[in-house]
Design a protein around this ligand. Sequence first.
Ligand code: DGL
Length: 264
Amino acid sequence: MNPSSPILLFDSGVGGLTVYDALRKLLPKAPVIYAADLAGLPYGTKTEAQIAARVAGLLGRMTERYQPRLVCIACNTASTIALGMVRDVLAVPVVGTVPAIKPAAALTRTGTIGLVGTEATIRQAYVDDLEARFASDKRLLRIAAPGLVAAAEAKLRGTTVDPAPIAEIAARLAAIPGGAEIDTLVLACTHFPLLAEELSQAFGPDVAQVDGAAGIARRIAHLLEEQSFAQSGPNRFVVTGPLDGAKGLESALAARGFGPAEAF
Ligand code: DGL
């Protein structure tokens, strides 16, 4: 394995940076290329066919160009829809991101878990399956929160987040029968941990927030444990579509050790 071969982290936008942050704690020397499909953002409002075609096509081209040692789909929406298909077409290991229902089920005391995700994620059979396997004796209440993706994108670009839409999601979830019992919230979209403080204000400090970032980072570190790393410069942040899409992210990227955004 070429020690400068990167890990490719892929998301529709900046959400996967929550996985990147967790990964850097475990593998600070690993070269990373982060790819944000800003031209396709948001995924959550697209159809399964649109998402699968886009993600498989882009990851095929990106893998050819960047020759990564491993690809991580740092996006719940893309993973719950296209993970199997991407694994079928790529010759490198592919790690996905799936809603953290298993750890949430281990954590809840009331037995009622809220799951906040994109519209596309919450309707996936993949999620039904995780619920059946790990939370069949719990109550799992799902809600779509598409507005939070845009809020997280804006927050990372330095904009103050409007608390009203987040409070509205908390109220809608609480209004579902049993919703008042929620003590654990699955953040089933990689963008949402970027709004942890705002979510905590809306849901209250006693509701635990669970996401998959640390678990995914551990999985990647485990798969690469025998490998050596050599960084030849700062990590790379590439975007699809106009480079202008990355405007405002300069300080968030610099703080994470990325060079200036590049066009894919
Ligand atoms: N970050 C993505 C996820 O984890 C989706 C955001 C979007 O493009 O809708 O689901």
